[in-house]
Write a protein that binds this ligand. Structure first.
Ligand code: AMP
Length: 369
């Protein structure tokens, strides 16, 4: 139990992007302190703690990172396995290195879901251009070709509608080891955010309905009484129990014909949980910190209606946003750049009618898709 040492508990975070920044913002009221390791020059969490600017393969920097912290975590899932194991050999790392790597390869991730009885899209491994024809016979077309590793926000993906697309798709994924997935004609996409503590108790947030634009999350709306809540929690708990998980686990699903089909997990706080800062009793960021620091988990109950809208590329003018009732702006302090997540806003309301009006007003401020 690390809590006895508060207020001196130091949390080390691998990665210093907006998720690290929001973790630190949630941790300061608990008396926690933060050290980040991230090679990026523009690391938007850096102003909130000590920033070690070094590559994740730099063992001297990793050793320095570990020397002064009580517990380590990470804010992005592509931390190299070696770095995670190096850190875990020196300080507690939560989620564990095993949990980190479980989601790094789309093929073994799907094998894990299948072993745990969780439905997945039909899929096949693709290691060469020639494999595509056989893989397409398994999935049928249309299908989506995805790199097995390092893909995010729809990067490293190509849609195949006919065999005429094979060569271009293979080029689009850079000829890397990939997976072909059947295209799921989903009615909606949802995510289940689970948080599990060290002894193994877990709580889930209400399911979140997500809308993507060009593979990037655009809008997330927590659903107070989703009929798939129990099923999603059961699937998330199977994975969390199997991995002896600690912290926040995000599980993304497609919903087709009323059934959940697993897409992917992220072993970290997740963009589809940002609404919880204003919209839940305890935010995903605070609950992640509570879990890894050995504190009791906080309530995941909703505080009225809410939704989160991502700002991609640029932020709308702050005065326009600040003028809207119930709108809470998060500017990550990043340089504007196409397709970059530079901030988000959460809109909150007490009644459904008020919520709809406020969300529509906020959406109208964004550039057309
Ligand atoms: P991913 O990076 O795998 O989460 O994919 C990004 C987005 O692409 C998803 O949120 C979906 O909107 C879409 N997508 C990915 N895989 C599939 C699939 N098998 N069927 C239909 N849409 C998909």
């Amino acid at each position: 139990m690390l809590f006895r040492k508060l207020p001196d508990v130091k949390i080390g975070i691998l990665g210093a992007g907006q998720l690290g920044r929001m973790l630190a913002l949630a941790g300061y009221p608990l008396g926690l302190e933060f050290i980040f390791l991230d090679p990026a020059e523009e690391a938007c969490a850096a102003p909130l703690g000590k920033h070690l600017r070094a590559d994740y393969t730099n063992e001297a920097a990793l050793a320095e990172f570990c020397a002064d912290i009580d517990v380590a975590t990470f804010e992005f899932e592509n931390v190299p396995q070696h770095a995670a194991e190096f850190v875990a050999a020196r300080v507690p790392l939560w989620p564990s290195a095993r949990a980190l790597t479980a989601g790094q390869d789309r093929l073994s991730e799907k094998a894990l879901f299948t072993a745990l009885g969780i439905p997945v899209p039909r899929h096949a491994a693709v290691d060469t251009l020639d494999d595509l024809a056989t893989a397409a016979a398994t999935t049928s077309l249309p299908a989506i070709l995805k790199t097995r590793r390092m893909g995010y926000d729809g990067k490293g993906q190509a849609v195949l509608r006919s065999p005429a697309d094979f060569t271009d798709a293979w080029r689009a994924v850079g000829g890397q080891p990939s997976i072909l997935e059947a295209f799921i004609p989903f009615q909606r996409e949802v995510s289940c955010l689970l948080v599990r503590d060290r002894p193994g108790a877990s709580v889930c947030y209400p399911l979140v309905q997500n809308v993507h634009r060009s593979g990037i999350l655009h809008l997330s709306i927590p659903q107070p009484a989703d009929p798939l809540q129990t099923q999603a929690e059961d699937y998330a708990r199977r994975v969390a129990t199997h991995l002896d998980y600690c912290g926040v686990l995000a599980f993304e699903f497609f919903v087709a014909d009323g059934q959940l089909i697993a897409n992917e997990i992220a072993p970290r706080v997740h963009n589809s949980g940002h609404w919880s800062i204003e919209g839940a009793e305890t935010s995903q960021f605070e609950n992640h910190l509570r879990a890894i620091a050995g504190l009791p988990l906080g309530s995941t109950a909703l505080r009225g209606a809410s939704a989160m809208l991502n700002f991609i590329g640029t932020l709308p003018p702050l005065p326009a946003l600040a003028a809207l009732p119930g709108v809470h702006v998060h500017d990550y302090g990043k340089t504007a750049k196409p397709l970059r997540k530079v901030g988000h806003a959460t809109v909150t309301a007490e009644t459904a009618a008020e919520f709809e009006t406020r969300l529509a007003t906020l959406l109208a401020l964004l550039p057309a898709p």
